[in-house]
Design a protein around this ligand. Sequence first.
Ligand code: PLP
Length: 474
Amino acid sequence: MNSEDFRTYAHEVVDWMADYLDSIESYPVKARTNPGRILEQLPIHPPKNGESFQTIFKDFQNVILPGITHWQHPKFFGYFPANSSRVSVLAEMLTATLGAQCMSWLTSPAATELEDRVMGWLREMIDLPEHFTGVIQDTASTATICALLTAREKKSDFQVNKTGLQRPHKYMVYCSSEGHSSIEKAVKVIGLGSDNLRKIPVDDTYAILTGRLHNQIEDDKEKGFIPLAVVAALGTTGSTAIDSLKKIGEITSKHDIWLHVDAAYAGTALVLPEYRWMIDGIKYVDSFVFNPHKWMFTNFDCSAYFVKDPEALVRTFEILPEYLKTNEGIPVKNYRDWGLQLGRRFRALKLWFVIRNYGVAGLQDKIRKHISMAQDFARTIDNTSDFELMAPVPLNTICFRYHPHRIDEPEKLNEVNEALLGHLNASGNLFVTHTRLNGAYVIRMVIGQTEVEPRHIDETWELICETVELIEVE
Ligand SMILES: Cc1ncc(COP(=O)(O)O)c(C=O)c1O
């Protein structure tokens, strides 16, 4: 493709992007396709000769787009959002154009120094103490792996990195029974084994029972195990339950255990001073992760990882072959040593664009509106006799179910709510997902999409009420 064609097609693509975002509400939120349907439209073999951009772009629209679930649709209420914004998309285009690989200061000084600055801004925005230093990771899953690896290295005086885990090792990791699956994945991949992850029961708000955590740790120590790390949740995936960092921290500091905080989704709420209660006890925390790619209008992927002791992090990951040696004359940050990957994308750019374009006040305004819409919706559920809230709503995730008086058996209720969710999603009008809380099938609705407005919630409630009538008839 020559420069002239690039310019023409780039304009065409940007026009398409702007139209797509303007008309996104006309698409069914959840892709209407069946497994294999897209695959069968794609040639088995790659083309021998190059194809025109127009042909490829047409196929994008005709073959790929129908198989897309529209995560940026304002009525995407499933999982947690991966919300984006127009300004973030523009920055991503620039990132792709520069195509910089930002593993070292030398390989793109501006990328390193911008990351340094932007992570400082983020730290200040969510009111983490100054002793935290930030680095951008691809995902919270990776950040949690980094945290547990650093904990392992610190506890072993950096010996496991050298000699490997000696079997049988004695390390134990703790989280609540509502802890995210990425914690279990992390203990598996770093060689600790999922048998050595203790899932501590939760209270009726779905937060970890700290008394049980304490007893389990003491018990494990008596049996000769070495408690390595506790992963606390600020915002569990099921219901955004908030573990008490203060109570957990008192335990971890007493027993010299690493405290990692998984605030993947809810961490964004810390931009609001009225939510800083969530980090009461932050002084005990060793590492903290939250995802601007979930609820801070920064397109996937961008995960903010903060550590108290960057030297321990770097010592865990640093390897310096000859071909990576550089000489700047003064110490510089080489982010390749701050995580798993060598090659790194220039993720700081989109974060910089987003923070500057919204401003802190603009971000606060949006987050507050999301929470306020969710609180209103939760009140509607609570005030409607055939529905019930299934968990507290500290932020903007509402866990609810339909519970008409005539149905009492738990299994029947589960079936009815599964059917309700199926009907809602099949309508194409919205997308919600589910979880189980205490065995009950629960519909989760997360109100965190960039462009979501009260009218979207009103329409959704109307649809839920209509759909329930439909299920009654069946
Ligand atoms: C609480 C929590 N932690 C961790 C993750 C994993 O996030 P990521 O996809 O960035 O690895 C999620 C994903 O939804 C989550 O909800």
